[in-house]
Design a protein around this ligand. Structure first.
Ligand code: ADP
Ligand code: MG
Length: 296
């Protein structure tokens, strides 16, 4: 299939805006500067273009574009009600939206969680909701269950294959728990986990689903500073495996340390984007979001 993004990209003069500088949305080309040299050689693994979501008369997300490269962590910040969660909902097909979505350069039609999932987009919600009566490993297995419907005969014929697939799923679930540091809790009921551990279990579920892009909504919420630091290392490690991360969060220190690039939303619009240091210097971000006083 021809890549719809590539021709546009080749036609663009490479990187007219200084890499370290803030990239104002109005003058920005379709491809913002990726964070690492290796990322520049590739297409974004996620490219959401001109996303709009209307709720009745309210435009909750207004022409937002965001790219995430393989192995990159992109943060989305903004005041309450600025459309961060709705943007993730739009990209993952949970709410009706207009715009364009490409995963690995291939167009994915908006509006279906199933399609988004099949394309490799995995979404973690604001509050972890493990099935408390199931064990941790069972909770992870739920996230990787194969929901394709097979006839009885096919299921019977496929038994030997399915047994192996099940073994691999179990090994994958255990590996995901090991990855987040819950390996020794695999057989414990999820109900006994602390809130911070439930958050990690949620991330294990995300990892086990083998995402191309993992989207997290307020992952540091409810975590103490030690847990937040551990989460930061974990998410960087997940990105280092080649997953693209799109992370909404309120904790500025966390976002600053975690993200390669940041997009700032205000009433549904992108008001700033770029590398963290540049975003923090932006006057609109200081005024509207950080509430930092400045003179002149
Ligand atoms: P954030 O995550 O940045 O706090 P949201 O994306 O949750 O913001 O909300 C953005 C705007 O859209 C808010 O004005 C909110 O009230 C509105 N909104 C969000 N979800 C819905 C919905 N399902 N129906 C109607 N309005 C909604
Ligand atoms: Mg939200």
């Amino acid at each position: 299939m021809p890549d719809p993004v590539a021709p546009r990209r080749r036609a663009t003069t490479p990187d007219p805006v200084p890499r370290s500088g803030l990239v104002p949305p109005a003058v920005r080309g379709p491809e913002p500067a990726p964070a690492t040299a290796s990322a520049q050689l590739r297409e974004p693994v996620l490219s959401a273009r001109d996303i709009r979501v209307d709720f009745g008369g309210v435009r909750a997300v207004d022409a937002v574009s965001v790219d995430v490269y393989r192995g990159e962590v992109v943060g989305v910040i903004g005041p309450n009600g600025s459309g961060k969660t709705t943007l993730l909902n739009a990209i993952t097909g949970v709410v009706p939206a207009s715009g364009e979505l490409y995963v690995g350069g291939v167009p994915v039609r908006l509006g279906s969680p199933e399609r988004a999932r099949r394309a490799g987009l995995v979404r973690m919600f604001q509050t972890p909701q493990p099935v408390r009566a199931l064990t941790c490993v069972e909770n992870v297995l739920l996230a990787t269950s194969d929901t394709r419907h097979r006839g009885l005969l096919a299921a019977w014929l496929l038994r030997p294959l399915m047994a192996r697939v099940e073994q691999e799923r179990l090994a994958g679930a255990q590996a995901a728990l090991d990855r987040v540091g819950l390996g020794d809790r695999a057989e414990l009921s999820a109900g006994v986990l602390t809130y911070g551990e439930q958050r990690l279990l949620d991330i294990a579920r995300g990892i086990a689903a083998v995402p191309r892009v993992l989207m997290l909504d307020e992952p540091s919420a409810g975590l103490n500073s030690r847990e937040t630091d551990a989460l930061l290392l974990l998410l960087r490690a997940v990105a280092a495996d080649g997953v693209g991360l799109l992370v909404v969060d309120h904790k500025i220190d966390f976002i600053d340390a975690l993200c390669d690039r940041i997009t700032v939303l205000e009433t549904g619009r992108v008001v700033a984007e770029g590398v963290p240091a540049a975003v923090w210097r932006d006057r609109r971000v200081m005024d509207a979001y950080l509430g930092v006083a400045h003179d002149g």
